[in-house]
Design a protein around this ligand. Sequence first.
Ligand code: TYD
Ligand code: MG
Length: 459
Amino acid sequence: MAKIRKVFICSNCGNTSPKWIGKCPACGEWNTYQEDIITKETPAEKKRAAWQGVGNINRDPKPVPLTEIKAGEKRRLVTPDGELNRVLGGGIVAGSLVLIGGQPGIGKSTLMLQVALGVPAKVLYVSGEESEEQIKMRADRVGEIAADCLILTEVNTAKILKFATAEKPDLLVIDSIQTLASPHIESTPGSISQVRECAGDLQRFAKESGIPVFIIGHINKEGSIAGPKLLEHIVDTVLQFEGDRNYTYRILRTIKNRFGSTDELGIYEMQSDGLREVSNPSELLLSQTEEEISGSAVSATMEGMRPMLIETQALVSTAVYGTPQRSATGFDLRRLGMLLAVLEKRCGFPFAQNDVFLNLAGGIRVDDPAIDLAILSALISSLLDVSVPNDICFAGEVGLSGEIRAVSRIDQRVQEADRLGFKKIFISKYNTKGLDVSKYSIEIKTVAKIEELYRTLFE
Ligand code: TYD
Ligand code: MG
């Protein structure tokens, strides 16, 4: 009989301890230890498990020269979903383990079911959360019912892998890792040791069979995937599905990718019949109004390798209370504070007596520093109540001394602004190297300092 042992596991890094401790000695996090029961398998049980296809003991790998390793023919399974292919780096790699994390209700199951129905391949979709009828109802809504999509409602990892080995699908989807339970350990589904054990089994299965596996994982309150770092280390690719539930846009972001860049981003729109790919995000993120209003400016940003024009909106109003309020949606609040300080110091604008609210259209979050210049213009525009013409856009980073800095991939930004019919783009004076101005019909205006921007735009 397997020995049952109680341990405490750090939910951040997976360090174990025989008793509860407040601060993890391995990763330094506080209050992360959780009680868990693990069973140590006896050698006989280990052998039996290996026979059943779990465990690893009757496989005996040998060192092989790199030149003799054959890269398989069918290395990537290209899905009909262009956005998913993009974030994966060009399709699903054979034998890869992909984790899709996201908050409840964001659309993870919908996305994976759409993929399962859409790929021209045999898919085994395992759900531990929904019944067969519920999955069928959802499938009816989101797509054409494919004959080679098998549904299995099961939570026992050993059984799932037995079915998967027998059925030999081209893709295995697990919805979700937190519902799985391995029969070899005692703890409850969703506990750290269960999640780790099941993910380990799935990884072995993927590597040995060459079948790619998608795992759906819920995100806990703190915003990380439950059993977080552990799971991220085990899998090859981590995708995060995010978005505001009040908006219809969903963003699929690559957090880690062993087979491609982590710069990529997929955009979807949630509709009544499932998720729709958004291939031209700029046109959706620009406001549809014709009239010019103060406090609004358009930024030519890059999200991953894709240029995107985003409308930034600022509202500056007299502070009612002693301490003025600052609020930002989709933008780093500390960076907003810095921009305000620069404006105050370099141009003498009285932001310290004003409340400042900042908002990016569409519920999108932007980390690209090139958005600074548009935000700055929106702030000045709202403060002075003078509108920025809506055929102008901006791309530039603002430094602490008020200098406008060069940003990456300027030609792509200019090209996108040109394509969307903007008449003028403000960029840094130091950003013109290699930029072929004659190629575009848009006027390129260079500025070196924020004072210069202020004079050209508002005086
Ligand atoms: P779901 O995929 O169940 O989320 P998750 O698996 O991440 O928890 O998505 C649920 C939400 O998506 C639900 O609130 C309703 C919405 N939705 C639509 O708007 N249209 C649709 O066609 C579907 C299937 C879901
Ligand atoms: Mg779900």
